[in-house]
Design a protein around this ligand. Structure first.
Ligand code: GRF
Length: 206
């Protein structure tokens, strides 16, 4: 009897390069999970096409067809519960999830953010880093809690800023690191190797 596969849902709104990194690592057998569903709140998100190309089920949930944010979140919760998802990966999902959503999947939602949190949370973190004049930024994979970009940090990767950088070149350099650490963080969770004490995440030795 084969062991049960760890089931992921990936929530997207855009180009989906992080989704692609997860898919690639799965296809190479490095990430031992499967993506049960990819959900987007944006119809034309290229991420949906990427999922379709790999035979992964996709759903477009149109925020406009729900009376309010609460109803949209409810629909999202129902959809994910129906799939019996083990872990929800936010990958460029451009909506803030409400308390009922977070509580429904407590400790089972992660996000990737293109800065070294707690520096530069929120929108346009690469621009924030350039404007501030920091010499290093990077990316962070973290658990999602009720506040924006604030949950316990799982992995980070550091990226230098150069004088010649603009938002595009910096974003590209950070994305390369995102594609490395996001699958790695997911695999740590699949292997049940993380201990979370209040906000500190530590890795168990293999
Ligand atoms: C990434 O920079 C991620 O850190 C942020 O949104 C962007 C999504 O990019 N949350 P992609 O859609 O995965 O290419």
């Amino acid at each position: 009897m084969g062991s049960k596969k760890f089931k992921l849902a990936v929530l997207v709104s855009g180009q989906g390069t992080n989704l692609q990194a997860l898919i690639d690592q799965m296809e190479q057998g490095v990430l031992t999970a499967e993506i049960s569903i990819v959900i987007s709140n944006v119809k034309e998100a290229f991420a949906l096409e990427r999922a379709n190309n790999h035979g992964i089920k996709t759903v477009f949930l149109d925020p406009k067809s729900y009376p309010d944010k609460k109803a949209f979140d409810r629909a999202l919760i129902d959809r994910l519960q129906a799939e019996a998802i083990d872990l929800i990966c936010l990958a460029g999902f451009m909506r803030i999830l409400g308390k009922p959503f977070i509580n429904s999947f407590a400790g089972r939602i992660i996000n990737i953010h293109p800065s070294l949190l707690p520096a530069f949370p929120g929108l346009h973190p690469q621009r924030q880093a350039l404007d501030y004049g920091v010499k290093f930024s990077g990316c962070t994979v973290h658990f999602v809690d009720e506040k924006v970009d604030s949950g316990p940090i799982i992995l980070q990767s550091v990226v230098p800023l150069y004088d010649s950088d603009d938002e595009e070149t910096l974003s590209r350099r950070i994305l390369e690191q995102e594609h490395l650490i996001y699958p790695r963080a997911v695999q740590l969770i699949v292997e049940n190797r993380l201990d979370v004490t209040t906000r500190k995440v530590t890795q168990q030795k293999t």
